[in-house]
Structures are given as structure tokens and as C-alpha cells.
Design a protein around this ligand. Structure first.
Ligand code: DQA
Length: 172
């Protein structure tokens, strides 16, 4: 008997979604910056891991970092039609940026807010987020792994939306 052709993995996704990851100010310094709070993983290590995990999940991952609020707003605006979902760590802008919140609301793409640290165990000014209200969810407190959990979350969310959009099989 001949060898059977390799089978696609059971969870092999049929559709590929495109996920944009946005890192806010000072996250370019990860690995060197307050390592007792943010850990020793660098941003480029996080980005590499996100792309690898994205490939395993069947989604493409593009990453972007900026220290400038307006550049982040522009990237969010440009995501319309090019991406299906956004992961965003607005960093310090989390606590202040109505402009980023508005940009997320304006494009209407599902977004997940990500933080390395657990904001709720930190200073009172960090416990307030003005951007989370524009997101479908938030992951914080797991260090670099917050991003990986958030990636799983956005993919599940996007696939769930697709499943809901499909017509019921047995409906007459
Ligand atoms: C952060 C938390 C913010 O309060 C802070 O300004 C950051 C990083 C985090 O990932 O834990 O820069 O967003």
C-alpha cells in the first residue's frame, strides 16, 4: 500500500486573518527598561514570537512601534481594509489618549489592549485606561506572554465572528 498523503492539522484554519500589533512609547526599550516591572524580553523578541505564533495559528502578524501619539493614530486609521484585528499596547497613552481611543472607535476593527504589567496592582494613575473602552478585551499582567494570550484571544474572536456570520445549516 502506498503512503497516505499528509493530513492537514485538525485545527488548520481555512481563512487567514491579518493582525496588526501596535506598541506605544518606550516599549522599544523593553529588555533594558525597568526589567523588574516589564521583564527582560526585548521588543524584537516579542515581535518574532508573535509572528511565529501567528504562523502556527494561520494568521499574519505585522508589528509597529512608535513613541509618537499621532503616528499611532495614523497607523490605526490606515489599518482599515488592510487588517482584520489589532493588538495594541498604548503604553503611557493608555491613561491619557482620547485620540487613540477615537481612532480605534473610528476604524471599528476588533482590538485587544495589551499590557505587560498588571495595571490594577500599580499606581492609581495606571489603573485608569481610556483606550480599553474601544477594545473587545484586555490582557495584562503576564509580561511578554500578555501579547501571546492576546493574539490567541483576537484569533478566537475573529473566528467566532465568522462562525456567527455563517447561515444556519438547518434553517429552512
Ligand atoms: C504598560 C503600562 C503603562 O502604564 C506604562 O506606561 C507602559 C507599559 C505595560 O505594558 O505594562 O509603558 O503599558
Amino acid at each position: 500500500m502506498g503512503q497516505e498523503p499528509p493530513k492537514a492539522p485538525v485545527d488548520s484554519p481555512a481563512a487567514t486573518h491579518r493582525v496588526l500589533v501596535i506598541h506605544g512609547p518606550n516599549l522599544n526599550l523593553l529588555g533594558a527598561r525597568e526589567t523588574h516591572v516589564y521583564g527582560s524580553t526585548t521588543l524584537s523578541e516579542i515581535d518574532t514570537e508573535l509572528r511565529a505564533r501567528g504562523a502556527r495559528l494561520g494568521v499574519s502578524v505585522e508589528t509597529f512601534q512608535s513613541n509618537v501619539e499621532g503616528e499611532i493614530v495614523t497607523r490605526i486609521q490606515e489599518a482599515r481594509g488592510r487588517f482584520d484585528g489589532i493588538l495594541i499596547n498604548p503604553a503611557a497613552y493608555t491613561h491619557t489618549s482620547i485620540a487613540i481611543c477615537d481612532a480605534l472607535l473610528a476604524v471599528g476593527l476588533p482590538a485587544v489592549e495589551v499590557h505587560l504589567s498588571n495595571l490594577h496592582r500599580r499606581e492609581p494613575f495606571r489603573q485608569k485606561t481610556v483606550t480599553a473602552a474601544a477594545c473587545v478585551g484586555q490582557v495584562c499582567g503576564f509580561g511578554a506572554a500578555s501579547y501571546y494570550v492576546a493574539l490567541e484571544g483576537i484569533v478566537l474572536h475573529l473566528r467566532g465572528k465568522e462562525a456567527h456570520a455563517k447561515p444556519e445549516k438547518d434553517t429552512p
